[in-house]
Each structure stands twice: as C-alpha cells, then as structure tokens.
Design a protein around this ligand. Structure first.
Ligand code: ADP
Ligand code: MG
Length: 252
C-alpha cells in the first residue's frame, strides 16, 4: 500500500501512540494513535466533547496523559526526565480565545514571551515581532492595543506571538470559532499561508472548506477515539463511517 503521508525519512513531527486521558472516572481519550509528518497539515474534526482539545493539550503537555506516548520530533515528551518548557518552546499553540495582554501593544504582545522565555534582547525581540506581525498582515498595527483591534486582528497577533518563538509545530484549537463570520476568512488566510510555507500544523476546526482545501489529512474523532482518518476527499467527501456522516450532515 502506498503511503499518503510525505516520507521525509525524518521522525514524525508528532507521533501519538495509545494515548489515554481520564478526568476522574471520565475517560476522555480512549486510545489515540496517529502521526503528523514534518510539513504536514492535519485537521481534527468531530463533535463537541469528543476530546479534540484534550488531545492538543496532551501534545504540548498542558494535560498529562494517563497512558500512552507523545513524541515530538522523535523525542518522548511524556518520559520522566522531560523538560516541559523545552517541549513547549518547540510547539506553538493558538486557542479560540486570543488571551492578549490588554495593556500591551501588538508589538509588546509579540515581544513579551520572546524576552521572558527565550531571553532575547529588546532589539532582537522587536525585529522578530515586526517580521511576524507583517507575516500575518498587521504591519500597520504595531502600536495598536487589543481593544483597538477586531477579533480577527487579535487572533492574528496571537498567531504572530506563537510564530515569533520559532516553533517546529503549530497547534490550533478552533482558532476562528470566537470570531464574527466576516473576520474568519482573514485568519484562515493566514493559516493557509503558513501551510503553504511548509509549517507543520495540527488544526482542530469546524471550517470544513478549510479542512478540504488545506489539510493533507483529516482525522475524525468521536467519543475519545479516531473513527476514521485519511485525505479530505475521503473523510469529508466520502466518509466510510455512519458517525462521520452524521457529524458532517450537521456541520456542512
Ligand atoms: P472537544 O474539544 O472535542 O469539545 P474536550 O477535549 O474539550 O472536547 O472535552 C472532552 C471531555 O473532557 C468533556 O466531557 C469535558 O468535560 C472533559 N474535560 C476536558 N477538560 C477537563 C478538565 N480539565 N477536567 C475535567 N474534565 C475535562
Ligand atoms: Mg475543544
């Protein structure tokens, strides 16, 4: 069988094996296995409560897996001697809520973690912040405070903030779900640009047209398991499972 995955000969950017996560008696992830190759864009779709956010949070160790392994660029991040901060530096994350500091400008928001976490000097952090704000189409908003920006612009600042840390992988958890419909396109456009530039991306989204057009693979989750995965034309266009069809009939 020919693999649909790009074979670079390198370890997978993300490799998840037998991942379980319980909160008390509630088993939210019930054995998840999949890989994201370097340069791949994988979209995770599925109903609310199916464990999509928990899956992303286990990848960057915001949650501790109950069992199983998560490897990032070949390194086991669930091992006992893992440097959690070092792992998080390799993984950028963008959430539904942008969580910008209201008292800092766009430039300040993109500089602060570079300064505090990476210990970059002011001039270098500012240069890198400018490059990344330009990259997300906000060259004219360096001095704007969050309250002066639309939701879509704030989310693009949050993307620039993550990119400024130089991540190898970007995780997106429903990045457009909190936005007014007319602002969604700009954010998806930025994400499309990142994908075209070769960024490795794991994206939880309800934007089926984005998943169809941009994803190399789509993973459909329900009830804490991967029900099916494959190229978008297969999973979205011709789903094999009844659960996938039912979900798609609600969102499409
Ligand atoms: P999704 O992102 O697919 O909507 P989540 O991963 O957010 O799903 O949640 C899956 C289930 O895990 C839900 O039942 C939710 O209540 C539960 N859950 C998520 N985070 C926690 C937590 N920190 N403590 C307890 N339960 C949680
Ligand atoms: Mg979620």
């Amino acid at each position: 069988m020919t693999s649909l995955v790009k074979d670079t000969g390198n370890p997978a950017a993300i490799e998840i094996g037998g991942l379980h996560k319980s909160f008390g008696a509630n088993e939210v992830l019930r054995g998840i296995d999949f890989r994201v190759e370097a340069g791949e864009v994988v979209c995770v779709i599925g109903p609310s409560g199916s464990g999509k956010s928990t899956l992303l949070r286990c990848v960057n160790l915001l949650e501790e897996p109950s069992a199983g392994t998560v490897r990032v660029a070949g390194a086991d991040v669930t091992g006992p001697e893992v440097d959690i901060d070092a792992v998080r530096r390799r993984i950028g994350m963008v959430f539904q809520s942008f969580n910008l500091f209201p008292h800092l400008t766009a430039l300040g928001n993109v500089m602060i973690a570079q300064r505090k976490v990476l210990k970059r000097g002011r001039a270098e952090a500012e240069r890198i912040a400018r490059v990344n704000l330009e990259r997300v189409g906000l060259a004219d908003k360096f001095g704007a405070y969050p309250a002066q920006l639309s939701g879509g612009q704030q989310q693009r600042v949050a993307i620039a903030r993550a990119l400024a840390m130089g991540p190898e992988v970007m995780l997106f958890d429903e990045p457009t779900s909190a936005l007014d419909p007319e602002l969604v396109g700009d954010v998806l456009g930025v994400m499309r640009g990142l994908a075209e530039a070769g960024m490795t991306m794991l994206v939880v989204t309800h934007e089926m047209s984005f998943a169809r057009e941009v994803a190399d693979r789509v993973v459909f989750m329900d009830g804490g398991v991967v029900v099916e995965e494959g190229p978008p034309a297969q999973v979205i266009g011709a789903p094999a499972h009844e659960r996938t069809r039912t979900f798609l009939s609600r969102v499409l």
